[in-house]
Design a protein around this ligand. Structure first.
Ligand SMILES: Cc1ncc(COP(=O)(O)O)c(C=O)c1O
Length: 363
């Protein structure tokens, strides 16, 4: 180093500097590999024709900035739920909307409780928003332990994140338990119910929209990435009381919801019939895959999402290796279990072949 150059000041050690960069377990499988990817809980059906047409039209206006606050999408979501735009927050994906809520509601040292294992981004989003995350373990049967959550709530607790249907176990929180839990919380605590997979749950009553009226500190977090199949475009939203939604809307990164995503999401909301048909296809695939795994002697949990959870404990990694050798990538949670996205017939055939090999080597 030349002697007249001032050495750089040492960087401050912060929570961010200690944080590992957000990981993707593996880069997405490339079609060229011949691998089928059931590791990411994507919709494995192609985009709807109306979405493809919307993308074609959007291509003509990519030289223009989008609306900085995606008002059209906010209004479209409000219309869809017959509610007021003031009760809607939008953002580039539901993960981003959760981050907006965290930024808006948490100050330094505020605590956020979240279920674990859970969506990998929770600890990352909480820490980067400057809050303190506390994981709350699921029960051994893959359910939320709401009494453990309740026991951890104190004056520092600002947000409780719950997830139903839960990623990775597919279990949903029973409605009466959820309502009782919400009723038991002190008023300074906001509950964010992550419903990324809710459309795959055929039971409307567990969509819990009506609870927004009785629990004013409840936020329902939703996405266009899963049932609507727009994971690559990035659009999500939340339903909440106007005071909460208004705060979280202020932390939306300006221009972050692209015009393309905004338009495709709006178009998707109008495709009721086609969406219903797709949900039926996924649910049918889920039942068939579950039955097939059972026939091979495995025990997937009953799931309400577009994926199944196999609690395999110490055998988890071996199962993931056997499926990979059969040409399918699944998501392994080392020492706990494997999450398998519902896919097409060929992917399921490979998974079931792998399950047979796995069981044969077992016996
Ligand atoms: C439980 C859960 N919540 C939120 C998300 C984020 O979805 P997105 O940001 O694509 O809307 C995911 C994605 O996998 C998820 O599994």
């Amino acid at each position: 180093m030349p002697t007249n150059q001032v050495p750089p000041a040492p960087l401050r050690t912060t929570e961010i500097s200690r944080l590992p960069a957000y990981r993707a377990a593996d880069p997405p499988a490339k079609h060229a590999d011949g691998l089928l990817d059931l590791a990411n809980n994507e919709l494995t059906l192609p985009p709807l024709p109306a979405v493809v047409e919307s993308l074609r039209l959007s291509a003509r206006s990519v030289h223009l900035y989008p609306d900085p606050t995606a008002r059209t999408l906010r209004q479209a979501v409000a219309r869809h739920f017959a509610t007021d735009p003031e009760e809607i927050v939008v953002g580039p994906g539901s993960g981003a909307v959760l981050h907006q809520l965290l930024l808006a509601l948490c100050g330094p040292g505020d605590e956020v409780l979240y279920p674990w294992p859970g969506f990998d981004a929770y600890p990352f989003l909480i820490t980067t928003a400057g809050a303190q995350g506390t994981p709350v373990p699921l029960t051994p049967s893959g359910e939320h332990d709401l009494s453990a959550f309740a026991a951890k709530v104190d004056t520092r607790t600002r947000i409780v994140v719950l997830c139903s249907p839960h990623n990775p176990t597919g279990r949903r929180i029973p409605r009466t338990e959820l309502a009782a839990f919400l009723g038991s919380l002190p008023p300074h605590v906001v509950t964010v119910l992550d419903q990324a997979y809710v459309e795959f749950d055929e039971h409307e009553e567990t969509h819990n929209l009506d609870l927004l009226r009785t629990a004013p500190r409840l936020v329902l977090l939703r996405t266009f990435s899963k049932a609507y199949g727009l994971a690559g475009l990035r659009a999500g939203y939340a339903l909440a009381a106007p005071d909460l939604a208004g705060l979280a809307y202020k932390t939306l990164l300006p221009f972050s919801v692209t015009r393309t995503a905004e338009h495709a999401a709006q178009v998707s909301l109008e495709q009721h019939g086609q969406l219903a048909a797709r949900l039926d296809t996924v649910r049918r695939g889920r039942s068939l895959l579950s039955a097939g795994l059972r026939a091979e002697g495995l025990d997937p949990l009953p799931s309400f999402g577009n994926f199944l959870w196999l609690p395999l404990g110490a055998a988890t990694e071996r199962f993931a290796q056997v499926t990979l050798a059969a040409g399918v990538r699944v998501r392994a949670y080392p020492g706990a279990g494997v999450r398998i996205t519902v896919g097409g017939d060929e992917a399921h055939r490979r998974v079931l072949d792998a399950a047979r090999l796995f069981r044969t080597a077992d016996t």
